[in-house]
Design a protein around this ligand. Structure first.
Ligand code: SAM
Length: 224
């Protein structure tokens, strides 16, 4: 089994938010996350789940599942496993599963998405919504998702990526200093996540509002 390590991934050109900082940030956010971030990002979340619902396969891993905002939208015959680093965010997800009687949620585990305890090829699909810019080593996240998804399965990311030009680029560069309190990186570049060969193969589309977010669908190809 090949595991990408911190030594063999390219450095990410942005401030690193380590696991402890992520836990601290999301412990703070858990109670107000849905109210603050739930609305603006809902279109991207629904779009990612819509694509997932139309892909082949029945087993889905959602990493950085957070408060479980996406969980009610999965097809009922899919089996969903969610993981997150933050116990407080997971507690909210568990409440949601209970309240909405979501019977297709197989498990919600406290686990690092960059290094999971799942077997190789355990899932048909992996989905990471608004997580890639939060983890310390996005390329390691990608490598781990490639490991746990079957060959020919799919990996989806929906995320905000830094603009290439214009006023949005200016704003995003200027609020990057607040990464630690925000719990995500406004200046996150797609190249920090996807190597060139994956960028070429992936289906990449903007999602509303105003193309602020991007949905990436990547068929899984094992390189090692
Ligand atoms: C911006 S929130 C997104 C939550 C959810 N996906 C959504 O769409 O609302 C990022 C989530 O990723 C989690 N996270 C960050 N780093 C992680 C890691 N290495 N492994 C698992 N979860 C992580 C955080 O705890 C947080 O719940």
């Amino acid at each position: 089994m090949y595991r990408m390590t911190q030594e063999n991934v390219p450095p990410s050109p942005r401030a690193v938010l380590d696991a402890a900082a992520v836990k601290t940030a999301y412990k703070r956010w858990a109670n107000m996350y849905d109210a603050v971030f739930g609305g603006i990002s809902m279109f991207g979340r629904k779009q990612a789940v819509h694509v997932t619902n139309h892909l082949p396969g029945k087993t889905v891993l959602e990493v950085g599942v957070g408060t479980g905002l996406a969980l009610p939208f999965y097809r009922k015959d899919l089996t969903i496993t969610g993981i997150d680093l933050s116990g407080e965010m997971l507690d909210k997800a568990r409440e949601r599963v209970k309240e909405q009687k979501l019977e297709n949620i197989a498990a919600l585990h406290e686990m690092d998405a960059e290094q999971t305890s799942f077997e190789d090829n355990a899932f048909d699909i992996a989905v990471a919504m608004f997580v890639a810019s939060v983890v310390p080593h996005p390329r390691q996240l990608l490598a781990e998702l490639k490991r746990v998804v079957k060959p020919g399965g799919h990996i989806l990311f929906v995320n905000h990526f830094i603009a290439k030009k214009g006023i949005r680029l200016f704003i995003e560069k200027n609020i990057a200093w607040a990464s630690h309190s925000l719990g995500w990186h406004p200046d996150f570049a797609m190249e920090s996540l996807l190597p060139e060969e994956d960028m070429q193969r992936a289906v990449i589309r903007p999602v509303p509002p105003a193309g602020l977010f991007t949905l990436i669908t990547l068929e899984n190809v094992k390189t090692k």
